[in-house]
Ligand binder design. Structure first.
Ligand SMILES: [Ca+2]
Ligand SMILES: [Ca+2]
Length: 377
């Protein structure tokens, strides 16, 4: 594999350079021996390549690193780099094991009946694992780096962006819009790497949920991660966090003790976002409290794709591990996003649902993966 080889060379060069930098850094005259001795195991502040290098260089003083393979600094930096390489190899989210059980899916008091939120029905779900948080830009970046995957938004050449995220320059180039939702603009060049189109970047948002990924893209990531998308039933059971018949993952009150439990929209949609919860658009994953199962941002932040085809007709009969209809045109998404406000999109409830075609993408739609228990990593 040619990329692997060149990656290896780059890593080796990086390692050599890092050792050199650490050696230069440790030899700086203003750093007394006490300072160096006291840094063992602490987070690196100088060269950025780990405490192990610093401790090795500090304890042993200045030496000819290149000419002495027994030098502890060599050993330490090798270990540190191997450790870093192992971490680089697996940036996938931690998973939470959710035990099999019955739960009440849907609601008999639908807020948006046309979405097929009801009726409430008893559903059994086998044990499964759920990723702790939405897949981040950094995680998706690793997938793309390793596979060369090209998302559908990149292939189509555009994606939907919420108007408020765009600057005037980009807005002025767009004439077409969605009649029923004029705040959605198709932006040329918008994709997961450029969430607001050319000129925007994810560099400052690597720990935010990846956006502009279609259902097909989400499938591809989960498959690569040796995981899969959750079924709608799994997702909803996970959302409820062990509580029964509640609106939100944490209970029935939107703001318990005045606290925000999810990244949603405050103010007037779509004209004025007060961002009382601290975020106008997406937030870094895990910025809000976890639910009873230890899952973060299960409602709010980014919408999440599920495996199921969309259907609004449900029967009240008990079901075991339902997987939705056999075919369809749209896939189910759950949880709402940072754009959801009660006045317009009261869909940040566990029973709420919505849909998109599997090739759609937008600046508020992401995903997380699930896995069968035996696939737990
Ligand atoms: Ca917000
Ligand atoms: Ca979410």
């Amino acid at each position: 594999h040619p990329e692997r080889g060149s990656e290896g060379r780059v890593m080796l060069l990086r390692a050599v350079f890092c050792v050199y930098l650490c050696w230069v850094w440790s030899a700086r005259p203003e750093l007394g021996p006490e300072t160096q001795a006291g840094t063992g195991g602490a987070a690196p502040t100088g060269c950025g390549c780990g405490a192990a290098n610093r401790a090795g260089a500090g304890n042993e003083g200045e030496g000819d690193l290149a000419g002495n393979s027994e030098h502890p600094a060599d050993k330490y930096s090798k270990d540190a780099n191997e450790e870093a390489a192992a971490q680089e190899m697996d940036l996938r989210s931690k998973m939470v094991l959710i035990q099999s059980n019955w739960f009440l899916m849907g609601t008999d008091e639908p807020a948006i009946p046309q979405d097929g939120e009801g009726p409430q029905r008893k559903v059994w779900v086998d044990s499964f694992n759920m990723e702790q948080h939405e897949v981040t830009n950094k995680q998706f970046q690793q997938f793309v780096t390793q596979t060369g995957y090209i998302t559908e938004a990149e292939r189509f050449g555009d994606s939907f962006v919420f108007e408020e995220m765009l600057n005037k320059e980009v807005k002025s180039t767009i004439s077409q819009m969605v009649a029923a939702a004029p705040w959605w603009l198709p932006v040329k060049g918008a994709n997961w790497k450029h969430p607001e189109g050319p000129g925007s970047s994810i560099l400052q948002r690597l720990d935010h949920p990846v956006l502009h990924v279609s259902w097909n893209d989400a499938q591809a990531y989960c498959k690569w991660a040796q995981r899969r998308l959750p079924t709608e039933a799994e997702w909803e059971y996970a959302c409820r966090g062990g509580l029964q018949d509640r609106l939100y993952p944490w209970g029935n009150k939107l703001l318990p003790k005045g606290q925000h439990y999810a990244n949603l929209w405050q103010g007037e949609f779509p004209s004025h976002n007060t961002a009382e919860d601290g975020y106008i658009t997406t937030s870094p994953v895990m910025s809000f409290p976890a639910n009873g199962f230890g899952l973060y941002d299960i409602v709010g932040n980014a919408w999440e794709w599920t495996a199921d085809w969309w259907n609004i007709h449900h029967t009240p009969q008990e079901a075991r591990n339902p997987r939705g209809p056999k075919s369809g045109t749209d896939r189910v998404k759950k949880g709402g996003s940072y754009m959801c406000h009660k006045s317009y999109c009261y869909r940040y409830r566990c029973a709420a649902r919505s849909q998109n075609t599997p090739d759609s993408s937008a600046s508020n739609l992401g995903f997380r993966c699930a896995a069968d228990p035996e696939l737990r990593v």
